[in-house]
Design a binder for this molecule. Structure first.
Ligand code: SAH
Ligand code: SF4
Length: 401
């Protein structure tokens, strides 16, 4: 198990790869700086931003608002767009697609596309409601009218939650802001989705702990909101309870909604499944969350992975109720029956047990929703993200359906 000290060392050790002359991922100011040698007027930088983030072009050659001669000179100096590319796709029977996307150094990250949603809480971007019409009211020509993209923030993870497959990788490295936002760009391109027209929700719930890669994560959020046009109200970030990260998050003027991976009703149980509890216990986390200024009608989500026989009994539900009443801020609970992974020693509770747990919370006034797993057959569900080999028979390379 990871101790607090070891955890901090791995955070400091997690390296960023060199950015090289990659343009995707840079802010207006960073682009101006990177291209200083060309003495470009500011409108040329704005044209480039539009091409990179609104049109999501694959190469400098496609920046048609620039004269050819400028495109050629910038490319000749070694600059490139550097949009991450999808190396491999696994498609589930439920329409979910899991992508392996190349990072800047050729390592792969995982990104999941979930069309439609699963009929959860319609107030929550991580739970799109299929009964809602799309904003334009148009029929969905591609078989979906809204979708959620599950985005990774690190390759691997240092937090070592005992029930999570990503934990098995350890922390390999942090992703850059461009690699985080680039996952969304690559998936939108594949699906021919447009944030202004289609209802796209983002959940930062893929591989890694976003609050242990805070600057790159927030840099990506700023690109996604400011440049790519996805409202922050349609984004949710999930943390295992990294208190300094939550405190920094509380100060951010533009920020996604917040989800906390609670996963146990008291510190003793939580320590056994989430060793990070020894560094920051449940009360520490709740005190930090209290500092986050919530918007009108905003609730903090508490995710609760139900582990058979470990945290799924009635008394655990009652403890969760007490805990959330004590918290005194608007909260809701998303229940997730544990998704199995090879050699992970837990069991999935039965549907009736999950329903009973939910009812126990609801009877005591706590909003509780059951998140049905998406793409379980392709290891795309929560906590199942871990790079798999190329030999998987469900790998597809064709166009999305
Ligand atoms: N690292 C962040 C975000 C990614 S994990 C975090 O832990 O919050 C996203 C969610 O998946 C978390 O709530 C986590 O508790 C849950 N999860 C992890 N492994 C799971 C599994 N095997 N089955 C179901 N949910 C799991
Ligand atoms: Fe990391 Fe989240 Fe998995 Fe825990 S549940 S190991 S924090 S990815």
């Amino acid at each position: 198990m990871t101790t607090g000290g070891k955890l901090l060392t791995s955070i400091l050790d997690a390296p960023h790869p060199p950015e090289g002359r990659r343009l995707f991922g840079l802010s207006n100011q960073q682009l101006a700086e990177a291209l200083r040698e060309f003495s470009l007027p500011s409108y040329r930088i704005r044209q480039l931003q539009t091409a990179l983030y609104r049109q999501r072009v694959a190469s400098l050659d496609a920046v048609f608002t620039w004269p050819r001669n400028l495109r050629d000179r910038v490319a000749a100096a070694g600059f490139l767009v550097g949009l991450p590319s999808i190396l491999e796709t696994f498609r589930s029977v439920d329409g979910t697609e899991r992508h392996l996307i190349a990072g800047n150094d050729g390592q792969t990250v995982e990104t999941v596309w979930m069309p439609e949603g699963d009929g959860g809480d319609d107030d929550d971007p991580s739970e799109p409601d299929p009964s809602n019409p799309s904003p334009s009211g148009d029929p969905a020509p591609r078989g979906w009218s809204r979708a959620t993209v599950c985005v990774s923030s690190q390759i691997g993870c240092a937090v070592n939650c005992q029930f999570c497959l990503t934990a098995r990788l350890g922390i390999i490295r942090n992703l850059t802001a461009g690699e985080i936002a680039g996952q969304v760009a690559a998936v939108l391109n594949r699906q021919q989705a447009e944030p202004g027209r289609d209802r796209i929700n983002l959940v930062f719930m893929g591989m890694g702990e976003p609050f242990l890669n805070f600057d790159a994560f927030m840099g990506a959020v700023r690109l996604l909101v400011g440049e790519m046009g996805i409202p922050e109200s349609r984004m949710t970030v999930s943390t295992s309870g990294v208190v300094p990260g939550i405190l920094r998050f509380a100060e951010e003027p533009v920020r996604p909604r917040l989800a906390i991976s609670l996963n146990a009703s008291n510190d003793a149980v939580r320590e056994t499944v989430m060793p990070i509890t020894r560094k920051w216990n449940i009360d520490d986390v709740i005190d930090a969350v209290r500092k986050v200024p919530l918007r009108a009608r905003e609730r903090v989500t508490f995710e609760y992975v139900l582990l058979g026989g470990v945290n799924d009994r009635t008394e655990h539900a009652d403890e969760v109720v007490k805990l959330l009443r004590r918290a005194k801020f608007p909260a809701k609970v998303n229940l997730i029956a544990w998704n199995p992974g090879p050699d992970v020693p837990f069991t999935t509770p039965g549907e009736a047990d999950v329903a009973r747990f939910q009812q126990r919370l609801r009877d005591q006034g706590i909003p509780a929703f059951i998140r049905r797993p998406r793409g379980r057959d392709i290891y795309a569900a929560c906590g199942q993200l871990k790079k798999t080999g190329n030999s998987d028979p469900r790998a597809v390379t064709g166009e999305p359906q």
